[in-house]
Design a protein around this ligand. Structure first.
Ligand SMILES: Nc1nc2c(ncn2[C@@H]2O[C@H](COP(=O)(O)OP(=O)(O)OP(=O)(O)O)[C@@H](O)[C@H]2O)c(=O)[nH]1
Ligand SMILES: [Mg+2]
Length: 485
């Protein structure tokens, strides 16, 4: 693993960690536990450095893991037996020194560790320096603790060498229990068909082909399949060469850590939506809340009062809870569309409840000014109309009186009276128009102020808490994208 690879993996694991922390409460506890374990595992592996490559021999009981462990190491350290299962504890052979911390992390007890190179003469083992070979118990064991050891070790090993034999290579316990779960980890796996000495050479190619087909059926592509015999030593040399290549490339730990992170990222992705729901408009909510307080009726009453009439009701009555619940439900449905349930529930718990919203609505409209002051202009015009009417009557009666007394009429007098009368009518019409305009202005004002107050309540009690959850969702989604690498 190069410094760049380590830095990239560290950045990915940090992003995943932050995404998980921020998504807290909105990620299922099983997924969260699984991801935490991956984060811890990858961090621990990175901290242990890449001087060693951990290769685990995994497989069913009696497939020959311990025998191959001994054949590869050239030692007789692992227990090989006829009694099944034989291996109950992890056994490790290390080529080179300084793997103690790694072996502690892997849970290999000191008595089950052996250092290969120090026992050897010459440089014949130098190409494997850095290899930590593990012999594991059987995954299909009658002893449940064996399976536990295997399940713990699988994510920890840099390379899994699945050891199968001609009798049991198609076992369902292997394929559906393990291999199918490892899709995406192909670069950290090899499959070895051991005990090939037990089948005649002419059927071996067909067996290998069948095994390869099964792997493809499992969804695994490009997994190398080799054959070997721990008994005759056939294929063991090739296995050692392959392992020395793995050790030399040093990138296996990175690839494996990367694949582990990919799994965790995919698991976390199931806990968020692909995108946040489209922004919801408040105007429909304000409409519904306006109905809940009878805003237009109140505005109408104010207008009636300004016109000088007697309104049927004055001021706001009780806020209708049903309409408030409707507005809240409408909002929640729109802003959580497409969100996973936990996120949607979180929005529901952070916005105001129906009761809280009803109180906030009532408080906000209580502060509205509903004064119905009459129009001064209309009043002035009305006074003018009355005065002109009076003047017209006086002038008219004077004209009639003088005509009866003298028999003469001043040609101007009736004309002046008519003009005054027309003026009075005009002033009266203008007064009515001014009153209507004032009533309309006042009612519009009440509607506008009322809607603004309801919008402010909706914003503070619905929109802001929603935006907070959606912003967290967006950040979690973005962190997941960075963790994807
Ligand atoms: N003919 C033949 N027998 C083998 C080969 N490899 C292992 N055996 C035998 O198969 C039996 C099981 O071998 P082990 O190495 O103990 O198998 P294991 O996979 O470690 O078994 P567990 O520890 O129980 O999981 C032993 O009797 C071995 O001698 C092989 O390549 N050919
Ligand atoms: Mg064994």
């Amino acid at each position: 693993m190069t410094t760049d690879e380590t830095a990239l993996l560290t950045a990915r694991v940090d992003a995943l960690d932050r995404a998980l922390a921020l998504g807290d409460g909105r990620v299922s506890s099983t997924t969260s536990a699984r991801i935490t374990s991956t984060i811890d595992g990858v961090r621990a592996r990175l901290a242990l450095g890449v001087d060693h490559t951990v290769v685990a021999l995994v497989g069913g009981t009696g497939s020959g893991k311990s025998s191959l462990f001994n054949a590869i190491s050239g030692l007789q350290f692992a227990d090989v037996g006829v009694r099944r299962p034989t291996t109950s504890e992890i056994t490790a052979c290390v080529w080179g020194n300084g793997a103690d911390a790694l072996l502690d992390w892997l849970g290999v007890v000191p008595e089950r560790r052996i250092v290969r190179e120090s026992l050897l003469d010459g440089d014949s083992e130098a190409s494997l320096r850095g290899l930590v070979l593990l012999d594991l118990p059987d995954h299909d064991s009658i002893a449940p603790e064996h399976r536990e050891v295997v399940d713990r070790l699988i994510p920890q090993a840099d390379l899994l060498a699945w050891i199968v034999d001609p009798q049991k290579y198609a076992d369902d316990a292997l394929h559906s229990g393990y291999l199918r779960q490892l899709v995406g980890h192909e670069s950290s796996m090899v499959v070895v068909l051991n005990q090939v000495d037990t089948v005649s050479p002419d059927v071996r190619p067909a067996l290998i082909a069948d095994l390869e087909r099964l792997l493809v059926d499992d969804g695994l592509t490009g997994v190398p399949v080799t054959s070997a015999s721990a008994t005759t030593g056939e294929g063991v040399r090739a296995l050692r060469v392959a392992l020395s290549g793995v050790v030399a490339s040093q990138s296996l730990a990175a690839r494996h850590a990367g694949a582990e992170l990919n799994d965790a990222v995919a698991a976390l992705e199931t806990q968020v939506a692909a995108r946040e729901p489209a922004a919801a408009s408040l105007s429909e909510i304000v409409d519904t809340l306006a109905r809940s307080v009878g805003l237009s009726a109140v505005a109408g009453s104010v207008a009636t009062a300004v016109r000088g009439g007697t309104p049927s009701a004055q001021g706001f009555g009780a806020v209708q809870e049903d309409a408030v619940a409707l507005a809240r439900g409408l909002w929640l449905e729109t802003v959580t569309r497409g969100l996973p349930k936990r996120w949607a529930d979180d929005v529901g718990s952070r916005i105001a409840s129906t009761g809280e919203l009803r109180i906030a609505v009532a408080d906000s409209i209580a502060e509205l000014s509903l004064t119905a002051r009459r129009s001064a202009l209309a009043l002035g015009l009305f006074v003018v109309a009355v005065l002109l009417t009076g003047a017209a009557l006086v002038i008219g009666s004077v004209a009639v009186g003088s005509a009866q007394g003298t028999g003469e009429t001043n040609a101007w007098t009736p004309a002046v009276a008519v003009v005054a009368l027309v003026g009075a009518a005009a002033a009266f019409v203008a007064s009515r128009a001014a009153r209507s305009a004032a009533a309309r202005r006042r009612s519009d004002r009440v509607l506008r102020d009322g809607r603004a107050a309801l919008e402010a309540v909706s914003r503070a009690r619905l929109a802001v808490p929603t935006e907070q959850v959606l912003a967290e969702h967006r950040t979690v989604r973005e962190l997941i994208a960075s963790a994807r690498g």
